[in-house]
Design a protein around this ligand. Structure first.
Ligand code: BG6
Ligand code: MG
Length: 213
């Protein structure tokens, strides 16, 4: 299949912020006495901040108001952002950087399609602030994955049809979003097991076999 553009999810694909999300949610959950572990954290992959909070609060006996939930999400985000400041361009793996450089060299247009409202901060920390042809993230959408909106906007910003773009994801919700938007999906990690992926990748560098040109 010949694609013109490749849209990458950010967390879990380009960088590994899962641990930071976990630590920040854990601090918040401990502060309100709600049980939270790595297994619950795995359910938050690809899910928006507020939807993640709802999953965490399933373990709480209390009903939180919207204002209380916004305060809790803000508290988590402050802890998370402080952790993000530890990131440097050294946290971008050579495999990811070299693969993307080669895809660019082959003429593909590259975009980010992430639910995260911290996307721009993360790209800055990794030294990728001006690297992508387009960035679609949690700040320009109203519906999070599995809704296809974030990828549809990314394709639009690239000036391409969904059928001409490949989406690269590590979350099952992300593959659902890609398929719903009419994109082919390449899955990494648990997303590689999704029954609707066009390509199950073993590593990020496998993209060089998929996007040959
Ligand atoms: C996704 C992560 O990329 O972004 C989720 O996989 C996270 O775990 C979501 O909840 C929203 O992130 P943020 O940075 O806007 O809180
Ligand atoms: Mg992800």
């Amino acid at each position: 299949m010949s694609y013109k553009g490749i849209i990458f999810d950010l967390d879990g694909v380009i960088c590994f912020t899962d641990q930071y999300h976990y630590q920040a949610w854990k601090k918040m959950a401990d502060a309100i006495g709600v049980y939270f572990d790595e297994k619950i954290n795995n359910r938050l992959r690809g899910v928006s901040r507020m939807a993640s909070l709802d999953i965490i609060l399933e373990r709480s006996g209390k009903n939180y108001s919207r204002t209380e939930k916004e305060a809790l999400a803000a508290q988590k985000n402050e802890i998370y952002k402080a952790l993000l400041h530890q990131m440097t361009p050294q946290d971008l793996s050579a495999e990811v950087k070299n693969t993307m450089d080669e895809l660019k060299r082959r003429g593909y247009r590259l975009a980010i399609g992430s639910s995260s409202k911290n996307t721009k901060l993360i790209l800055e920390r990794l030294g990728l602030a001006d690297y992508f042809d387009a960035v679609s993230d949690g700040t320009n959408i109203t519906h999070s994955k599995p809704d296809p909106e974030v990828f549809l906007r990314a394709a639009e910003y690239l000036g391409l049809d969904p059928a001409d773009c490949l989406v690269v994801e590590d979350a099952r919700a992300g593959i659902d979003a890609a398929v719903a938007g009419g994109f082919h999906g390449a899955g990494l990690g648990e997303a590689a097991e999704h029954e609707k992926v066009t390509y199950a990748l073993k590593s990020f560098a496998d993209l060089l076999y998929v996007a040959k040109r």
